[in-house]
Design a protein around this ligand. Structure first.
Ligand SMILES: NC(=O)c1ccc[n+]([C@@H]2O[C@H](COP(=O)([O-])OP(=O)(O)OC[C@H]3O[C@@H](n4cnc5c(N)ncnc54)[C@H](OP(=O)(O)O)[C@@H]3O)[C@@H](O)[C@H]2O)c1
Length: 292
């Protein structure tokens, strides 16, 4: 890695470019994991960030940082989330320049074993409320009379390789990536960049929210799959790497799909999957996850 004074200066100049282009950002799920890494990266560049959590205490440390404003927002409560976004936008002068739709959660269960309401809640939160906030974000840009800014939808490589027993998550992320693709088309000819950001595994608390202990007691046959998911997360890169990838993408200023993570998950596996027959890809997934 080059860390000469000159390269430090260049990195500093690039970061300042980020704050010039996106002076005010709204980041969902800023309290931990990838959202925290994105938020710290933006704050380091001088971007003012409004970051969300469901539990205000999670943002105590960030709230001491210059340029950070905490926002309480639960994606499962659509109307209240809309109000929280709008009052934050008012505080920011009417509109944000950058929206990072990062918040999300998994649910690990065979589809039929979980109550259907738990799947629909997940889709409502991760897809419908996220689209709703994006609609408000774009509406405010239109009202400002300047279609200039950025939208980052944090999707997943689960779009390329759907995760076993996570049907709601797979559908939400596939929908989110389709939404990004629609916006990329619609925002041609404006200065709004749209990024379909697909992380591979990153070492965060993501799996903790799923707590499948009771399920694994009832269905011990699922244990190897869960162990593989845990292993992948625990040996994955740290979130700072995803933040560096996102920073580079924002500085490049171009809409598109970005895969971020280990070389295997983001380059080798998608490349092989593009040429392998679907039946072979499915068989390899069963083997990879040790599914019976
Ligand atoms: N880690 C990975 O390997 C990985 C891979 C691909 C994609 N992703 C995606 O990256 C994003 C961030 O995940 P992470 O890995 O950083 O996991 P994480 O550490 O569990 O963070 C998830 C964030 O989402 C927020 N959140 C969860 N449910 C919410 C709800 N109902 N309303 C509002 N906010 C909610 C949480 O905020 P509070 O708890 O503070 O409210 C938390 O900050 C997610 O969309 C995830 O699907 C992660």
């Amino acid at each position: 890695m080059n860390t000469s004074p000159q390269s430090d200066l260049e990195a500093q100049r690039s970061r300042e470019g980020l704050a010039r282009r996106f002076p005010r950002a709204f980041v969902t799920g800023a309290g931990g994991g990838l959202g925290l890494a994105f938020t710290e990266c933006l704050l380091n560049a001088g971007v003012r960030v409004w970051g969300t959590t469901r539990e205000a205490s999670r943002l105590q440390a960030l709230s001491r940082r210059h340029g950070f404003t905490p926002v309480v927002l639960d994606l499962e409560k659509g109307d209240a989330a809309e109000q929280a976004f709008l009052s934050a936008a008012d505080q920011a002068g009417g509109a944000f320049d950058l929206l990072i739709n990062n918040a999300g959660f998994g649910q690990f269960s065979p589809f039929v074993d979980a109550e259907f309401t738990s799947w629909s809640r997940q889709l409502d939160a991760m897809l419908m409320t996220t689209m709703r906030i994006t609609h408000l974000f774009l509406g405010r840009l239109r009202d400002r009379g300047e279609m200039r800014g950025g939208i980052v939808n944090v999707s997943s490589v689960a779009v390329d390789f759907p995760l076993p027993h996570m049907s709601g998550y797979n559908v939400a992320k596939a929908g989110l990536s389709a939404f990004s693709e629609s916006l990329i088309f619609e925002m041609r000819g404006t200065e709004v960049m749209v990024v379909d950001f697909r992380p591979g595994d990153y070492r965060t608390a993501f799996n903790q929210s799923m707590s499948p202990t009771a399920l694994l007691t009832r269905r011990p046959g699922l244990a190897p799959i869960w162990q593989r998911l845990e292993y992948n997360l625990n040996t994955a890169p740290l979130p700072a790497r995803a933040a560096r990838d996102l920073e580079r993408t924002l500085l490049r200023g171009k809409s598109g799909t970005v895969r971020s993570g280990s070389l295997f998950q983001t380059v080798i596996a998608p490349f092989l999957a593009r040429f392998a027959p679907l039946a072979l890809k499915r068989a390899l997934m069963v083997r990879y996850f040790g599914a019976s």
